[in-house]
Design a protein around this ligand. Structure first.
Ligand SMILES: Cc1cc2nc3c(=O)[nH]c(=O)nc-3n(C[C@H](O)[C@H](O)[C@H](O)COP(=O)(O)OP(=O)(O)OC[C@H]3O[C@@H](n4cnc5c(N)ncnc54)[C@H](O)[C@@H]3O)c2cc1C
Length: 304
């Protein structure tokens, strides 16, 4: 037996909250610690989520936190986890301005952070008419004048995809960027114009709807929405310091059944493992990790 907390869950987004509910129902002692920056905080509405279509992301998380209050073995704390290190059979966890504590298992649900295009005016529009994910927000901009922002064949690929939502799609590379001749031919065939000029700024309404893309030449192009593909990165470096292996996309490699990483006792769920990047998948992975962690603890305690 040990005084250690059973599980620390780092991050209380969709994945962390989902895992905490499973583990709370198993009466596990859980420390759920969250720095308060979920990836979709700029969004107005969650889509592709059965039973919650259009719900505000902040409301969805608040509902999850409330549901957790029913489980007395789960403690929810607002803080930043600054370090985790193996300590014998357990792990030692450090947070800002707190005494370090010991845990038996670690679940990282720390998420990803998007790399926004560096364009003046984007902050006011992001999450309302500037998006990265057509599955999340494409339907709301169907049949509108859509701009795609992205370099090379990656940008061209997203532009082709956006034809599913609108016949009026234009690709902006914001400076010269190499698009293969094959892709250029496909864009041409789909009547997708390509603008390689540098963008000066975006202009929109007070409520965040894009009106025009202003180019450095002084020309303005009327567009209603931008979908961009500029990538994202891990929100936390804890997995790297723990030694978790990452794949070529920067996702933390996990066992598809248990969500355990390459470091025994360290589990990862949600966007951080870079499977399909949706709230529903984060919830599912969190639940899978919760069950697998409980099973591992049962085994260690001679109960399975
Ligand atoms: C603008 C936008 C709109 C989106 N719209 C949709 C949509 O409509 N539908 C959909 O399904 N998906 C949508 N997504 C994707 C969705 O946001 C993610 O799939 C989902 O948030 C992943 O949940 P998560 O729990 O893995 O990570 P997150 O929600 O990012 O939560 C991670 C949490 O961990 C915390 N954290 C990180 N490091 C630490 C640390 N060291 N210590 C403590 N806490 C830490 C963060 O502060 C954060 O609160 C959207 C994303 C964006 C950017």
């Amino acid at each position: 037996m040990t005084d250690a907390v059973d599980v620390v869950i780092v991050g209380a987004g969709a994945a962390g909250l989902s895992a905490a509910i499973v583990l709370g129902r198993c009466r596990r002692r859980v420390a759920l610690i969250d720095a308060g920056n979920p990836r979709n905080r700029a969004s107005q509405a969650v889509h592709c989520l059965l039973g919650h279509e259009g719900r505000a992301p902040s409301q969805l998380l608040a509902m999850g936190r409330l549901e957790l209050e029913r489980y007395p073995t789960v403690t929810q704390r607002s803080n930043l986890v600054t370090a985790i290190a193996r300590s014998g059979n357990c792990f030692s966890v450090e947070c800002e301005n707190e005494v370090p504590f010991q845990v038996r298992k670690v679940l990282l649900t720390t998420g990803l952070t998007d790399d926004l295009p560096r364009v003046e005016g984007i902050d006011r529009l992001y999450g309302r008419s500037v998006h990265h994910c057509p599955y999340c927000d494409g339907f709301e901009h169907r049949d509108q004048a859509i701009a795609v922002y992205g370099e090379g064949d990656k940008g061209a690929g997203l532009a082709l995809m956006m034809k599913q939502w609108s016949s009026d799609v234009m690709l902006f590379t914001d400076g010269l960027s190499p698009i293969s001749s094959g892709m250029l031919a496909r864009l041409d065939h789909q009547r997708i114009g390509v603008c390689t000029e540098r963008i000066a700024r975006l202009e929109g309404t007070a409520d965040g709807m894009l009106k025009e893309i202003h180019l450095e030449s002084g020309k303005a192009v009327a567009r209603s929405a931008i979908f961009f593909t500029t990538g994202c990165h891990q929100s936390s470096n804890l997995s790297a310091t723990l030694g978790c292996i990452r794949d070529e996309k920067g996702g933390i490699v996990t066992d598809p059944v248990t969500e355990e990483s390459s470091v025994p006792g360290v589990y990862v769920a949600g966007d951080a493992s870079r499977d399909v990047l949706l709230v529903s998948i984060a919830i599912a992975e969190g639940a899978k990790a919760g069950v697998a962690i409980n099973q591992a603890l049962l085994k260690e305690d001679g109960l399975a």
